[in-house]
Design a protein around this ligand. Structure first.
Ligand code: SAM
Length: 307
């Protein structure tokens, strides 16, 4: 008798595991663009659960219609997640099964799915993941940057001070970094990368992944900034940024030993073409301190302390 399992054996062997269970939340990954990426298991679960919670019910209704799935849909998104989350838990506790889907990709990655999973854990409700597309991992694999160690940063904070704090902490991050970004914010984010990571840091910009106009641009932060000054960003983006190179880390350690004014002087001698005010701005960003503090320190050094 052959010990090699046939495809039928393997599929039937997983049937038990694939049976829809009562009082269970299924996190079902959906395509990030290409509908053919919806897995056989995802289809089975979506067809078998009692109801589906979706981030945007209109969007998800279209997806389900394509696959001939008719199920009651409830909306679950950022602004109703507290009340709706409790309602979903009550239904699960009463014995129903549910699937959670989001607009695209894996639920709980940069979307409110994270809160529903936490709520399930608090109530002792079983959560099963039906894995599939995730824009972050798809982009990372295409980036040609090191994939052995990486850090997922998702969307940067919108508020300027929080954003600056986050980027300042990431300056010495050695692992490859993954960011999500919407097209209308891309240029501002690239400008921030230029200030915090510098001109030469490698970056891969992946847009429209799995779609007709999919594109991966492997370049440097400086060239990406220049490119997008002349070309309007189109589609959703994942930005993969190289971790801090060893040489930059050592330079970072060197400035940590310097006074603010010495740091401005060193920056100016390294970048002889820039104005002093721009050096002050750059140093403030590098050190993660307000620009006015650096400006004041330079003025005091030049003119003596103010009265
Ligand atoms: N849960 C999703 C996942 O697993 O990837 C991510 C949800 S997050 C709200 C949406 C962001 O994912 C977009 O702003 C974009 O940065 C990224 N994204 C989603 N689909 C994409 C695609 N086809 N191409 C590039 N980026 C995409």
């Amino acid at each position: 008798m052959s010990s090699i399992k046939s495809r039928d054996d393997m599929v039937h062997g997983t049937e038990e595991k694939n049976r829809i269970e009562a009082s269970t939340l299924y996190l079902v990954a959906t395509p990030i663009g290409n509908l053919a990426d919806l897995s056989t298991r995802a289809l089975k679960v979506l067809s078998g659960v009692d109801f589906i919670a979706a981030e945007d019910t209109r969007n998800s209704a279209k997806l389900l219609t394509v696959f001939g799935i008719r199920k009651p849909l409830v909306s679950y998104f950022e602004h109703n997640k507290r009340a709706r989350g409790e309602e979903i838990i009550e239904r699960l506790e009463a014995g129903e099964s549910a699937a959670l889907i989001t607009d695209a990709g894996t639920p709980a990655i940069s979307d409110p799915g994270e809160d529903l999973v936490r709520l399930c854990a608090q109530h002792g409700i079983r959560v099963v993941s039906v894995p599939g597309c995730c824009a972050a991992v798809t982009a990372l694999t295409l980036s040609a940057l090191p994939t052995g160690r990486f850090v997922f940063e998702g969307f940067l904070p919108m508020q300027k001070s929080d954003r600056r704090k986050r980027l300042s902490k990431l300056q010495s991050e050695e692992r490859t970094m993954i960011f999500y970004e919407a097209p209308h914010k891309l240029q501002a984010t690239l400008d921030d990368f230029l200030s915090f990571f510098g001109e030469d840091r490698r970056i891969s910009l992946c847009r429209e992944l799995t779609k007709r106009n999919e594109e991966t641009m492997r370049t440097t932060v400086g060239d990406a900034v220049r490119y997008y000054r002349d070309n309007a960003p189109r589609g959703e983006y994942v930005l993969i940024v190289e971790g801090c190179p060893e040489a930059d880390l050592q330079a970072g350690e060197a400035w940590a030993e310097m006074t603010v004014t010495d740091h401005v002087a060193a920056y100016l001698s390294e970048h002889p073409d820039i104005k002093k005010l721009d050096a002050i701005k750059a140093v403030a960003k590098i050190r993660g301190v307000p620009r006015n503090d650096v400006y004041r320190a330079v003025l005091e050094q030049e003119n003596g302390p103010s009265e």
